[in-house]
Design a protein around this ligand. Structure first.
Ligand SMILES: [Zn+2]
Length: 236
Protein backbone atom coordinates (compact mmCIF):
# COMPACT_ATOMS: atom_id res chain seq x y z
CA UNK A 1 0.00 0.00 0.00
CA UNK A 2 2.78 2.40 0.92
CA UNK A 3 4.46 1.68 -2.37
CA UNK A 4 1.26 2.48 -4.28
CA UNK A 5 0.78 5.65 -2.30
CA UNK A 6 4.33 6.71 -3.09
CA UNK A 7 3.77 5.93 -6.78
CA UNK A 8 0.65 8.07 -6.77
CA UNK A 9 2.49 10.93 -5.08
CA UNK A 10 5.33 10.69 -7.60
CA UNK A 11 2.79 10.65 -10.38
CA UNK A 12 1.01 13.70 -8.95
CA UNK A 13 4.29 15.57 -8.65
CA UNK A 14 5.17 14.73 -12.22
CA UNK A 15 1.75 15.71 -13.55
CA UNK A 16 1.84 19.02 -11.70
CA UNK A 17 5.23 19.78 -13.21
CA UNK A 18 4.03 18.62 -16.61
CA UNK A 19 1.10 21.01 -16.32
CA UNK A 20 3.50 23.90 -15.76
CA UNK A 21 5.55 22.92 -18.80
CA UNK A 22 2.40 22.53 -20.91
CA UNK A 23 1.19 25.95 -19.82
CA UNK A 24 4.57 27.37 -20.79
CA UNK A 25 4.29 25.67 -24.16
CA UNK A 26 0.79 27.02 -24.72
CA UNK A 27 1.95 30.52 -23.78
CA UNK A 28 4.64 30.26 -26.45
CA UNK A 29 2.14 29.14 -29.07
CA UNK A 30 -0.28 31.90 -28.07
CA UNK A 31 2.46 34.51 -28.31
CA UNK A 32 3.36 33.37 -31.82
CA UNK A 33 -0.28 33.54 -32.82
CA UNK A 34 -0.67 37.07 -31.46
CA UNK A 35 2.45 38.19 -33.35
CA UNK A 36 1.17 36.65 -36.58
CA UNK A 37 -2.27 38.18 -36.14
CA UNK A 38 -0.72 41.62 -35.68
CA UNK A 39 1.30 41.18 -38.88
CA UNK A 40 -1.81 40.03 -40.74
CA UNK A 41 -3.64 43.12 -39.52
CA UNK A 42 -0.84 45.39 -40.80
CA UNK A 43 -0.70 43.54 -44.11
CA UNK A 44 -4.44 43.99 -44.53
CA UNK A 45 -4.11 47.72 -43.90
CA UNK A 46 -1.31 47.98 -46.47
CA UNK A 47 -3.35 45.99 -49.01
CA UNK A 48 -6.42 48.09 -48.43
CA UNK A 49 -4.41 51.32 -48.85
CA UNK A 50 -2.87 49.97 -52.06
CA UNK A 51 -6.39 49.19 -53.31
CA UNK A 52 -7.64 52.71 -52.52
CA UNK A 53 -4.59 54.26 -54.20
CA UNK A 54 -5.11 52.20 -57.33
CA UNK A 55 -8.79 53.18 -57.60
CA UNK A 56 -7.95 56.88 -57.10
CA UNK A 57 -5.23 56.72 -59.74
CA UNK A 58 -7.66 55.22 -62.25
CA UNK A 59 -10.21 57.94 -61.48
CA UNK A 60 -7.53 60.59 -61.82
CA UNK A 61 -6.39 59.18 -65.17
CA UNK A 62 -9.98 59.48 -66.45
CA UNK A 63 -10.11 63.10 -65.33
CA UNK A 64 -6.83 63.80 -67.13
CA UNK A 65 -8.23 62.35 -70.38
CA UNK A 66 -11.41 64.43 -69.98
CA UNK A 67 -9.29 67.53 -69.39
CA UNK A 68 -7.32 66.90 -72.60
CA UNK A 69 -10.61 66.60 -74.47
CA UNK A 70 -11.82 69.95 -73.12
CA UNK A 71 -8.49 71.50 -74.11
CA UNK A 72 -9.08 70.28 -77.67
CA UNK A 73 -12.62 71.71 -77.57
CA UNK A 74 -11.32 75.12 -76.53
CA UNK A 75 -8.69 75.14 -79.26
CA UNK A 76 -11.11 73.97 -81.93
CA UNK A 77 -13.71 76.57 -81.01
CA UNK A 78 -11.13 79.34 -80.81
CA UNK A 79 -9.77 78.22 -84.19
CA UNK A 80 -13.19 78.81 -85.72
CA UNK A 81 -13.46 82.42 -84.51
CA UNK A 82 -11.54 84.15 -87.38
CA UNK A 83 -13.82 82.59 -90.01
CA UNK A 84 -17.07 83.60 -88.33
CA UNK A 85 -19.28 85.99 -90.33
CA UNK A 86 -22.20 86.82 -88.07
CA UNK A 87 -22.35 88.38 -84.65
CA UNK A 88 -24.84 85.72 -83.48
CA UNK A 89 -22.54 82.89 -84.45
CA UNK A 90 -19.59 84.69 -82.85
CA UNK A 91 -21.42 84.93 -79.52
CA UNK A 92 -22.40 81.27 -79.70
CA UNK A 93 -18.82 80.12 -80.29
CA UNK A 94 -17.50 82.38 -77.51
CA UNK A 95 -20.04 80.74 -75.22
CA UNK A 96 -18.78 77.31 -76.27
CA UNK A 97 -15.24 78.38 -75.48
CA UNK A 98 -16.30 79.69 -72.09
CA UNK A 99 -18.12 76.47 -71.22
CA UNK A 100 -15.15 74.32 -72.27
CA UNK A 101 -12.75 76.52 -70.29
CA UNK A 102 -14.92 76.25 -67.22
CA UNK A 103 -15.10 72.46 -67.53
CA UNK A 104 -11.34 72.38 -68.02
CA UNK A 105 -10.85 74.34 -64.82
CA UNK A 106 -13.28 72.15 -62.85
CA UNK A 107 -11.48 69.05 -64.05
CA UNK A 108 -8.14 70.51 -62.99
CA UNK A 109 -9.57 71.25 -59.52
CA UNK A 110 -10.74 67.64 -59.25
CA UNK A 111 -7.38 66.33 -60.39
CA UNK A 112 -5.61 68.47 -57.79
CA UNK A 113 -7.97 67.26 -55.07
CA UNK A 114 -7.19 63.64 -55.97
CA UNK A 115 -3.50 64.50 -55.88
CA UNK A 116 -3.85 65.66 -52.31
CA UNK A 117 -5.71 62.54 -51.22
CA UNK A 118 -3.21 60.38 -53.08
CA UNK A 119 -0.22 61.95 -51.40
CA UNK A 120 -1.80 61.48 -47.98
CA UNK A 121 -2.66 57.83 -48.77
CA UNK A 122 0.83 57.22 -50.12
CA UNK A 123 2.39 58.63 -46.97
CA UNK A 124 0.10 56.45 -44.87
CA UNK A 125 0.99 53.39 -46.90
CA UNK A 126 4.69 54.13 -46.67
CA UNK A 127 4.43 54.36 -42.90
CA UNK A 128 2.51 51.07 -42.66
CA UNK A 129 4.97 49.41 -45.05
CA UNK A 130 7.78 50.46 -42.75
CA UNK A 131 5.92 49.20 -39.70
CA UNK A 132 5.26 45.91 -41.45
CA UNK A 133 8.95 45.48 -42.26
CA UNK A 134 10.12 46.38 -38.75
CA UNK A 135 7.43 44.39 -36.95
CA UNK A 136 7.88 41.51 -39.36
CA UNK A 137 11.58 41.29 -38.57
CA UNK A 138 10.93 41.51 -34.83
CA UNK A 139 8.14 38.95 -35.00
CA UNK A 140 10.28 36.56 -37.05
CA UNK A 141 13.11 36.85 -34.55
CA UNK A 142 10.78 36.30 -31.59
CA UNK A 143 8.99 33.38 -33.28
CA UNK A 144 12.37 31.76 -33.98
CA UNK A 145 13.28 32.20 -30.31
CA UNK A 146 10.00 30.63 -29.23
CA UNK A 147 10.49 27.80 -31.75
CA UNK A 148 13.93 27.13 -30.31
CA UNK A 149 12.60 27.01 -26.75
CA UNK A 150 9.75 24.79 -27.95
CA UNK A 151 12.26 22.17 -29.03
CA UNK A 152 13.53 21.98 -25.44
CA UNK A 153 10.01 22.10 -23.99
CA UNK A 154 8.79 19.33 -26.29
CA UNK A 155 11.78 17.17 -25.41
CA UNK A 156 11.08 17.74 -21.71
CA UNK A 157 7.43 16.81 -22.22
CA UNK A 158 8.35 13.64 -24.09
CA UNK A 159 10.66 12.57 -21.25
CA UNK A 160 7.93 13.32 -18.70
CA UNK A 161 5.36 11.43 -20.71
CA UNK A 162 7.65 8.40 -20.78
CA UNK A 163 8.36 8.56 -17.06
CA UNK A 164 4.68 9.06 -16.36
CA UNK A 165 3.83 6.02 -18.45
CA UNK A 166 6.32 3.99 -16.43
CA UNK A 167 4.74 5.06 -13.14
CA UNK A 168 1.24 4.39 -14.38
CA UNK A 169 2.19 0.90 -15.45
CA UNK A 170 3.24 0.03 -11.95
CA UNK A 171 -0.17 0.92 -10.56
CA UNK A 172 -3.10 -1.51 -10.52
CA UNK A 173 -5.54 -0.69 -13.29
CA UNK A 174 -8.38 0.31 -10.93
CA UNK A 175 -6.18 2.76 -9.06
CA UNK A 176 -4.85 4.17 -12.33
CA UNK A 177 -8.42 4.83 -13.49
CA UNK A 178 -9.33 6.42 -10.19
CA UNK A 179 -6.29 8.68 -10.37
CA UNK A 180 -6.99 9.76 -13.94
CA UNK A 181 -10.65 10.41 -13.26
CA UNK A 182 -9.76 12.57 -10.25
CA UNK A 183 -7.12 14.41 -12.30
CA UNK A 184 -9.72 15.39 -14.88
CA UNK A 185 -12.48 16.22 -12.38
CA UNK A 186 -10.45 17.84 -9.62
CA UNK A 187 -8.41 20.46 -11.47
CA UNK A 188 -5.32 18.32 -11.89
CA UNK A 189 -4.99 17.45 -8.23
CA UNK A 190 -5.82 13.81 -7.47
CA UNK A 191 -3.82 13.00 -4.36
CA UNK A 192 -3.33 15.41 -1.48
CA UNK A 193 -1.97 15.49 1.99
CA UNK A 194 -4.22 15.36 5.01
CA UNK A 195 -2.83 17.48 7.79
CA UNK A 196 -4.18 18.81 11.09
CA UNK A 197 -7.36 16.82 10.58
CA UNK A 198 -8.16 18.46 7.23
CA UNK A 199 -7.89 17.59 3.56
CA UNK A 200 -5.45 20.01 1.94
CA UNK A 201 -7.23 19.58 -1.39
CA UNK A 202 -10.58 21.06 -0.36
CA UNK A 203 -9.61 22.31 3.13
CA UNK A 204 -12.58 20.58 4.74
CA UNK A 205 -12.21 18.81 8.06
CA UNK A 206 -12.14 15.05 7.97
CA UNK A 207 -14.02 12.99 10.53
CA UNK A 208 -11.46 12.58 13.37
CA UNK A 209 -11.69 8.81 13.34
CA UNK A 210 -11.04 8.74 9.64
CA UNK A 211 -8.14 11.15 9.91
CA UNK A 212 -6.55 8.96 12.60
CA UNK A 213 -7.11 5.85 10.55
CA UNK A 214 -4.96 7.32 7.78
CA UNK A 215 -1.92 6.65 9.97
CA UNK A 216 -2.74 3.03 10.65
CA UNK A 217 -5.13 1.61 8.05
CA UNK A 218 -3.53 -0.29 5.27
CA UNK A 219 -5.71 1.02 2.44
CA UNK A 220 -5.83 4.11 0.31
CA UNK A 221 -8.63 6.41 1.45
CA UNK A 222 -10.50 9.28 -0.18
CA UNK A 223 -11.62 12.62 1.19
CA UNK A 224 -15.40 12.35 1.84
CA UNK A 225 -15.82 15.92 0.56
CA UNK A 226 -13.74 16.12 -2.63
CA UNK A 227 -12.98 12.42 -3.23
CA UNK A 228 -9.26 13.09 -3.62
CA UNK A 229 -6.91 10.36 -2.47
CA UNK A 230 -5.25 11.14 0.83
CA UNK A 231 -1.83 10.60 2.34
CA UNK A 232 -0.31 11.63 5.63
CA UNK A 233 3.30 12.41 6.35
CA UNK A 234 3.71 12.40 10.14
CA UNK A 235 1.31 12.12 13.05
CA UNK A 236 0.19 15.44 14.48
ZN1 LIG B 1 -10.94 17.01 0.19
Amino acid sequence: MQKQLQLLRDLQEMDTEKNVVETERQAGLDEQQVLKAELDRLQQMVDSLAGEISVLKDEQAELVSAKALEQENVERSEGRLPQIKTQKEYVAVLKEVDTAKKLFKDLQTNIDAKDEILSSLNADKEEKDGELTTNGEQADARCAEVDASMVAVNKKLAVMERQRGGLLEELPKSLRKRYELLMSRRAGLAIVEARGGACLGCHMHLPPQMFNSLFVLDEIQSCPHCSRLLFVTAPD
